[in-house]
Design a protein around this ligand. Structure first.
Ligand SMILES: NC(=O)c1ccc[n+]([C@@H]2O[C@H](COP(=O)([O-])OP(=O)(O)OC[C@H]3O[C@@H](n4cnc5c(N)ncnc54)[C@H](O)[C@@H]3O)[C@@H](O)[C@H]2O)c1
Length: 373
């Protein structure tokens, strides 16, 4: 067993302040992971985060964190469009990497990271680990056992709404609470597919297996958004409908829209010759899954996150438990050589679906997917 993993947190924005730093500063994980460094280019933000969460070192430059932070691994919590470049630099510097979703925006970038990690014997965990959730494993099992007969089609997705404009860490006046979300609406890396639909696509492909083809319509529906009285121009597609082919005429509809949902949660809806699974219901009745009675006790619909293996004790009271879980998957893998199902290959397949959907919308042509997991 290796020593305590020294973690660097890249970006001190919403997910770091609300989730990563509060979880990793808890007493109960100090025997496995230590907050060694944090960086953020906004003046004073990394230092304020260092002080609030007891991180050893703060930097305004990522390169400096890699050079002087004395870290074994990083969790990349910056805007999605920066993830590939930052991941590459980390691997080249010999660091293991946890990627907050989405790992990269293209398959070529994902493949490059996977190959660099393999060449150096480094580990990548790429969020979101949706298949760690017992209810998703149960849906997979129910379908495999024929609970809904022959599955004919499925649907999954998410809507942007105004979630990011309204996050509480963006409404204040100090450097840890005035975090600008504009990048969520800009290319590269903006839009609901890389941000939200990515959860649904991880669940859908985790449950049905890899997809083979995609066709899509996509564009920008809301061209300007208001954030704290300021207008933010938007050029990242925020309205995408895609059709997926899983082979043998099994199809799915997946969406990432500016507004409006037709599915519940991120697990997806599955329709077969003998019934349906919609959200957490089989033919209209809640289905059982390991830990369901514990999940039912949690406030604010956090229940299924309580069933993740590391979400115990104080972690049940802190936000963004699934992100903490994915980081701990990396920590266990480094320390105990215990591999995880939250793989870069699964993330790459979902990235393939998203990138191919955009290409399909641009060209009007159905795209063959080139990856599997
Ligand atoms: N906000 C959420 O609800 C949420 C939930 C789960 C996962 N995530 C993921 O977490 C990641 C970050 O999202 P967020 O909402 O925290 O974004 P954010 O905009 O709130 O924070 C991003 C931070 O990164 C900093 N940054 C910018 N350039 C940087 C650089 N070159 N190096 C280091 N830091 C840099 C910004 O200054 C900012 O403080 C994304 O991958 C997102 O998908 C977000």
């Amino acid at each position: 067993m290796a020593d305590v993993v020294r973690m660097g947190v890249v970006g001190a924005g919403s997910i770091a302040i609300r989730g990563i730093l509060p979880h990793l500063s808890q007493e109960d994980v100090q025997d496995r992971v230590r907050l060694a460094a944090v960086c953020d280019p906004v003046p004073g933000r990394a230092e304020a985060a260092r002080q609030r969460f007891g991180v050893e070192k703060a930097f305004t430059s990522y390169e400096e964190l890699l050079e002087k932070g004395d870290v074994d691994a990083v969790t990349i919590a910056s805007p999605i469009g920066l993830h590939y470049e930052q991941g590459r630099l980390a691997l080249d510097a010999g660091k293991h990497v946890h990627f907050n979703k989405t790992m990269t925006t293209t398959v070529a970038e994902a493949t490059d990271l996977i190959e660099r990690a393999r060449a150096k014997g480094l580990k990548i965990v790429a969020s979101p680990g949706e298949m760690l959730r017992p209810h998703n494993q149960q849906i997979k099992k129910l379908i495999a056992e024929g609970a809904i007969g022959t599955v004919c089609w499925a649907a999954c997705g998410a809507a942007f709404g105004t979630y990011h404009e309204q996050e509480r860490v963006r409404q204040g006046d100090d450097v840890l609470s005035n975090i600008d979300p504009s990048w969520y609406f800009r290319k590269p890396g903006g839009g609901p597919l890389y941000d939200m639909t990515v959860y649904a696509l991880h669940a859908l492909t985790g449950i049905l297996g890899p997809a083979r083809r995609v066709t899509a319509l996509s564009g920008v529906r809301i061209r300007e958004r208001e954030f704290r009285g300021r207008m933010v121009p938007c050029d990242a597609d925020d309205n995408t409908l895609m059709l997926l082919d899983f082979g043998d005429n099994l199809f799915a509809l997946a969406y990432g829209t500016a507004a409006g949902r037709i599915t519940e949660g991120f697990s997806g809806s599955y329709f077969g010759t003998k019934g349906s699974i919609i959200g957490l219901k089989l033919n209209g009745e809640p289905f059982d899954y390991p830990g369901r009675e514990i999940a039912m006790q949690a406030p604010n619909n956090r229940g299924n996150q309580w069933l993740l293996p590391h979400v115990v004790g104080p972690h049940r009271e802190i936000e963004e438990q699934h992100v903490f879980e994915d980081i701990m998957q990396l920590v266990d893998w480094i320390r105990e050589d215990k591999p995880t199902i939250v793989t870069a290959e699964h993330a790459r397949h979902v990235i393939d679906i998203i990138e191919s959907a955009y290409r399909s919308a641009e060209t009007g042509q159905t795209q063959e997917l080139s990856t599997t997991f």
